[in-house]
Design a protein around this ligand. Structure first.
Ligand SMILES: [Zn+2]
Length: 108
């Protein structure tokens, strides 16, 4: 069985990414490894790119993941599994063209 890779696109700035985001990435990867073997986890944006004003991306508390390589009928289940595994301190949003995950506990 082929285990997915964790792929970081060129120009993605991981340097400011905070430790809680690696928990989310692990959970996202682990579900793919079980449910979609062979589908890589691709980070398309971290602390880079253009996001909303005051976005948590700019302070290393958000990542975007590729979704087009995940079968469309499985994307909602993937989102739900990440949200469940990460717990209420994280927001996991399935957007039209990517998955956005941010760490947003009360104190942020
Ligand atoms: Zn985002």
């Amino acid at each position: 069985m082929s285990v997915p890779q964790l792929v970081v696109l060129e120009n993605v700035n991981l340097e400011p990414l905070k430790p809680p985001m690696y928990v989310a990435l692990f959970n996202a990867w682990a579900w793919l490894a079980r449910q979609c073997p062979g589908v890589d986890l691709v980070i398309t944006s971290a602390a880079d790119g253009v996001h909303g004003r005051n976005s948590l991306h700019y302070v290393g508390f958000a990542v975007d993941l590729r979704i087009w390589n995940v079968p469309s009928e499985l994307r909602q289940a993937w989102r739900d599994a990440i949200a469940s595994a990460c717990g209420p301190q994280f927001d996991v949003l399935l957007k039209a063209d990517h998955m956005h995950i941010e760490f947003q506990p009360e104190h942020l």
